[in-house]
Design a protein around this ligand. Structure first.
Ligand SMILES: [Zn+2]
Length: 359
């Protein structure tokens, strides 16, 4: 609502009703705008200018409203914006390897006492920074500040904004030959000296003396709050610059806390894109709606939720359509696509946006 509308509302309303009038008008305005839809992509430097114009024109016409670019490419960002799309920079937040040599002490240590520097869990590229360290927070604040200094960047999109998976999605257990029905010490983080000291200071508990550290609720809460503190600190930076901040998170609030210590409903974001990748959890397409409903419930209107769909998980076009419908009907403010956004996928999205308008 602009100033003029607010004044008009005030003139015709009794003093006591001014605020509800303003809020209702704001909500109505947002609803009128309709769903927003996103694409996660890595800018390919081989794309020609003509290809970018064609791709982004097709995106816009089909109902895509913004792109999360996994790397900086001024040409890609500006090409997207020229077609009326928002262009956001997607970054890996805590999982980043560039400090391995310079600051090995900043990396997380497992309950087994192994550092991500020498023993990356599951895969070589898992190099998790410790969120308790003030130096790590400062490093990420500077990273975000530098990215948002570019005029062509509309916002920052956080990924890997969590701890290492203490429990992997069930579909991966066979692949890694693991039984993760309980929290295994080599995948449980972070037990570095900084974390132990800070936890002792705040809660008076020595983690090393706990018989069941994985069952200690304060130890869990401490870790949720470590991630939340860093997220809210970079969120304040984004908002000060009048830019948006969003995140790719685990599919539901419950799974996010249990598997990766990620408490995303308590973050100060502008939107969230839960990766509701049903295949990873051996779930059907109907679960997409269930996951959306859980997230929307716990967010309680704090910010919009865009359902992240993994296109390779769908068996056919009809399933993609159903997935989109399930997400929107259960409260998603739109969709975020990961994978091959083909002309067929764009056609399906376009169809759903048209029926959404008619509804
Ligand atoms: Zn630590």
């Amino acid at each position: 609502m602009n100033k003029r509308e607010f004044l008009k509302a005030g003139l015709f309303a009794a003093a006591a009703t001014q605020i509800p009038v303003a809020v209702n008008a704001e909500v109505a305005k947002k609803k009128k705008k309709g769903p927003k839809n996103w694409v996660w992509t890595n800018p390919n430097m081989k794309d020609t200018d003509e290809e970018l114009v064609n791709r982004f024109t097709a995106y816009k016409a089909s109902g895509i409203t913004g792109i999360f670019f996994e790397a900086d490419s001024e040409r890609h960002f500006r090409a997207a914006k020229a077609q009326g799309l928002e262009a956001h920079r997607w970054i890996w937040t805590f999982n980043r390897a560039e400090l391995l040599t310079e600051h090995p002490e900043w990396y997380s240590v497992s309950r087994k006492g192994q550092s991500c520097v020498d023993n990356p869990p599951y895969v070589k590229y898992y190099r998790w920074l410790c969120p308790s360290r003030p130096e790590v927070q400062e490093y990420l604040e500077k990273t975000v500040t530098d990215i948002l200094a570019s005029d062509y960047v509309d916002g920052i999109h956080l990924d890997y904004v969590r701890y290492c998976d203490v429990i992997l999605p069930v579909n991966l257990w066979d692949f890694y030959k693991l039984d993760e029905t309980r929290e295994l010490p080599e995948y449980d983080f972070c037990y570095c000296d900084t974390c132990k000291a800070k936890f002792k200071e705040a809660y008076g508990i020595d983690v090393d003396k706990l018989q069941y550290p994985d069952a200690c609720l304060s130890w869990r809460l401490f870790r949720y709050n470590n991630i939340t503190r860093v997220v809210n600190s970079v969120a304040a930076i984004a908002h000060k610059k009048k830019k948006q901040i969003t995140a790719a998170v685990f599919p539901t609030p419950e799974v996010a806390r249990r598997n990766v210590r990620q408490d995303w409903t308590n973050w100060n974001l502008d939107a969230v894109c839960p990766m509701i990748y049903h295949g990873f959890y051996k779930e059907g397409v109907s679960w997409i709606g269930d996951a959306v409903a859980e997230g929307v419930h716990f967010l309680a209107g704090k910010f919009p939720l865009y359902a992240g769909l993994y296109l390779s998980d769908f068996k056919n076009d009809a399933e993609i359509r159903t997935g989109i419908q399930n997400a929107l009907s259960r409260g998603a403010a739109g969709i975020s696509f990961f994978g091959n956004v083909s002309p067929t996928v764009l056609d399906i999205l376009h169809g759903e946006m048209q029926s959404n308008k008619r509804a």
